[in-house]
Each structure stands twice: as structure tokens, then as C-alpha cells.
Design a protein around this ligand. Structure first.
Ligand code: GRF
Length: 188
């Protein structure tokens, strides 16, 4: 059995989608959901799905050796960042080298980096009159959105798109592809 820990800050639609995708899997299990906000909607969604949750509120707490040890003891094979807005500490990234992935709602390397999250990404894409956007799934290093890209999928940007309509298109791609890419990574 391969074990996934999902880290999320907000709504958790990707987290729930991943939890549901692997619900009946005999080889992959979502073991844990960790949030850096005690009021994050993702926590309730995970609890309702029967997944243990944890809240660590600061980068410092994520860097505690006891937390890293705990993740190792839980046999976590992959940490999945699904709308996780905290920059991970270096020691955690090192301890899980090439075992942490993130999803970004645009075609990296464009529209990434500090402050580029949520609607800000879609607003910037529209402002620059891009004709396409999409999703990027990448390995995580110590800098925002800069790790090796694993997968990208495009969608068209229409003249009539608003940040909200573009976000909806991108989210649909996220829900379709993220669990499948996780499955591929874990079956190697
Ligand atoms: C997603 O768009 C993801 O690309 C970004 O944050 C958003 C999270 O959405 N990193 P949700 O919380 O999974 O609904």
C-alpha cells in the first residue's frame, strides 16, 4: 500500500476529489490531511470522509523534526500540495526529496511565484490577453512553483472569459488529471 498525505489551506475541492478517487483503491490510500489553517474548509471535508486531519499553523511547525519523523512513521510515500499556500521549510523538502508535488492553476513557468495564487493567477492571465491557460503539476523545491514540471494540460482562454469562468475551466482540468498523475507517480 502506498500512502499519501495531502497538505491544503483552503476549500479542498482537489483534496476531496483525490480522497474520493482512491477511496476503493487497494494500492493507494490517503492517510492524512494537513492544513495550516484551523478554519480551512478542507478539514471538515476530510473528516467527513473519515481521513485523519492535523493542523500546523506555521512554517516553523512544519519544520519540526518530530513532524517529519511522524510522516516517516506513517510511511508517507507522497506529499500532495492541493491549494497549500505556505512555503515548505527546507528540511521537510529535503526529507521528502522528489516526493512532494504541487498543482498550479496556470502554465508554469509563467504566472508562478510568490503571490501568484487563486484568482490573482487568472486575473494576470486575462490581463495579458493570453489565448491559453491550464494546469501544471510539478515537484516541489524550496522556492514557490519552481520545481521540475511533471505534467501540463492546456485550455483555451476565450475573449468572454472572466477570472471566475477561467478558474472553473482550470479547476475542471485539475479534478480530471491530478488523481491520475498521482496514481502514475506512485506506480513507478
Ligand atoms: C487550485 O486551483 C490549485 O491549483 C491551487 O489552489 C487551488 C485549490 O483549490 N494551488 P481547492 O482548495 O482544491 O478547491
Amino acid at each position: 500500500m502506498k500512502h499519501i498525505a495531502i497538505f491544503a489551506t483552503g476549500k479542498g475541492s482537489n483534496a476531496l476529489n483525490i480522497i474520493n478517487y482512491f477511496k476503493n483503491s487497494i494500492s493507494i490510500k490517503v492517510t492524512l490531511v494537513v492544513s495550516n489553517r484551523s478554519d480551512a474548509e478542507v478539514l471538515e471535508k476530510a473528516m467527513l470522509a473519515g481521513i485523519p486531519v492535523m493542523v500546523l499553523e506555521s512554517k516553523k511547525e512544519f519544520s519540526q523534526p518530530a513532524f517529519i519523523e511522524f510522516l516517516k512513521k506513517q510511511s508517507i510515500d507522497l506529499i500532495v500540495l492541493a491549494g497549500f499556500l505556505l512555503l515548505l521549510p527546507e528540511n521537510l523538502v529535503k526529507a521528502f526529496h522528489q516526493k512532494i508535488i504541487n498543482i498550479h492553476p496556470a502554465l508554469l513557468p509563467k504566472y508562478g511565484g510568490k503571490g501568484m495564487y487563486g484568482m490573482k493567477v487568472h486575473e494576470a492571465v486575462l490581463k495579458n490577453k493570453e489565448i491559453e491557460s491550464g494546469i501544471s503539476i510539478h515537484y516541489v523545491n524550496e522556492r514557490f512553483d519552481e520545481g521540475e514540471i511533471i505534467f501540463r494540460q492546456k485550455c483555451p482562454v476565450d475573449a468572454s472569459d472572466t477570472p471566475a469562468s477561467l478558474a472553473a475551466k482550470v479547476q475542471q482540468l485539475e479534478h480530471e488529471h491530478f488523481p491520475k498523475i498521482i496514481e502514475q507517480i506512485l506506480s513507478h
